[in-house]
Design a protein around this ligand. Structure first.
Ligand SMILES: Nc1ncnc2c1ncn2[C@@H]1O[C@H](COP(=O)(O)OP(=O)(O)O)[C@@H](O)[C@H]1O
Ligand SMILES: [Mg+2]
Length: 405
């Protein structure tokens, strides 16, 4: 099974590209599902067919679906929320605050991803193409399995102390339901989900861009954060390219010329990823025929289901007594890295985003002694094991983090 996710700024052509990829995959004989997780669904419009929360058959190889995440959360995980608010109230939090706090951060995002994964597994699809929400939300969504696990682990930790009180209470509140079992099921699901989403043989992330300044910036940011979280990117779709030979009149020629500059930039920025181009169509695009044409134009003789780029996103290299953790962060701006290590957790921050990594035991028992960010590569050095300490350091303006000892 393959999972292909399209990311990009709003309006760049994610829905169109996702649908075109799915149509192309179906033509090549793959059992294909294209699914939208954007609350502002537009997949049905692109496909010119009404879609619902269950896969709708479009051809003998193609299905489409628009997930309603809020319904999913309410239906399957409502009891967890009752449990958390009860627990919080028992710990002295007032009723209204308890209700609010009981909303697990990222619950909705996790649920929609779990749903996709289940669909891919049980629906017997060869490939699931995801038409995702605009980049910011999607990157947040993709970080959720980790954030959620962190949160859930801490809630589970409360259990020994509170179990005796909470379990009978929960039985009374939600008869027939075992919240702890539900929580465990969810945590296991999230762990498996994270495995699926970071497995480069299963999941591929593709960026959709236009030859425009702000669009490129956002795609760069997306690629940084995807790399940071270990999500494998395997290509870039450059959509809405004005054909130079058809650009007539001063205005159009100037537009096409500006686009060519940005087009060159895109090749510089995203190499060595493959870049597939799609022209600016001077007409409305909808329906399977249009999407088939676009799918063929974008991918030509490339099989869009295949993994198109293989590259290491994260490496741990032994170096004498020490270990080096290498994170290629291709488009991070210099001077914005900060790092904190607490026990087996390593917090890396770039701008407003952060990754809470759980380190493997080998690294967890070692102090992080040095962080060096150079040429798009973050190297964190771990010394020989000793007593654990807390580190908190900002990278210097020259992009070289100070010694963390
Ligand atoms: N290459 C293209 N040429 C012309 N119009 C396009 C092209 N790609 C997308 N569009 C149109 O632009 C609009 C936004 O595209 P859409 O795929 O919905 O973007 P997103 O999902 O990223 O918000 C749609 O009306 C779509 O038909
Ligand atoms: Mg869309």
């Amino acid at each position: 099974m393959r999972l292909i996710l399209y990311l990009g700024k709003g309006g760049v052509g994610k829905t169109t590209t996702a649908a075109a990829t799915a149509v192309r995959a179906a033509e090549l004989g793959y059992r294909t599902l294209v699914v939208s997780t954007d609350v502002a669904h537009s997949l049905a419009d692109a496909l010119d067919t009404p879609l619902g929360p269950l896969p709708t058959e479009l051809t003998d190889k193609l299905w489409g679906q628009e997930i309603n995440v809020l319904d999913e959360v309410r239906q399957h995980w409502g009891q967890l929320r009752v449990y958390f608010s009860t627990l919080l109230r028992r710990r002295g939090v007032n009723e209204v605050a308890a209700e609010e706090l009981a909303i697990i951060p990222g619950m909705e995002e996790v649920v929609s991803l779990l749903h996709i994964r289940r669909q891919a597994r049980d629906g017997n699809f060869d490939v699931v193409v995801v038409d995702a929400a605009p980049t910011g939300e999607t990157v947040r969504l993709l970080t959720m399995p980790e954030t959620f696990q962190w949160y859930a682990a801490r809630v589970m930790d409360w259990e020994p102390g509170t179990l005796k009180v909470a379990r009978p209470l929960m039985k009374a509140l939600v008869p027939g339901a075992d919240v702890f079992e539900t929580l465990e099921r969810l945590t296991n699901g999230v762990e498996a989900l994270r495995d699926t989403l970071t497995n480069p043989e299963v999941s591929s992330y593709r960026l959709v861009v236009n030859p425009e300044r702000m669009v490129i910036k956002e795609a760069q940011r997306a690629s940084t954060y995807l790399s940071l979280f270990g999500y494998p990117i395997d290509g870039v779709v450059l959509n809405r390219v004005l054909p130079m030979d058809k650009a007539e009149g001063e205005f159009m020629r100037e537009m096409a010329r500006i686009q060519q500059d940005y087009r060159k930039q895109i090749y510089d920025i995203f190499q060595p990823l493959p870049i597939w181009e799609s022209p600016y169509y001077a007409r409305d695009i909808h329906g399977l025929d249009d999407l088939s044409e676009i799918g063929n134009t974008i991918f030509k003789d490339v099989d869009p289901v295949d993994v198109q780029f293989h590259g290491k996103m994260q490496e741990i290299i032994p170096d004498g007594e020490e270990f080096v953790l290498r994170l290629p962060l291709p488009h991070v701006e210099i001077g914005k890295v900060s790092m904190t290590k607490r026990g087996d957790e390593l917090f890396i921050e770039i701008g407003n985003f952060r990754r809470d990594m759980i380190l493997p035991t080998t690294l967890a028992e070692r102090p992080a002694t040095k962080a060096l960010f150079r040429n798009g590569l973050l190297e964190v050095r771990f010394g020989p094991p000793e007593e654990m300490e807390i580190y908190d350091n900002e990278a210097g303006v020259d992009g070289q983090a100070p010694d963390l000892t």
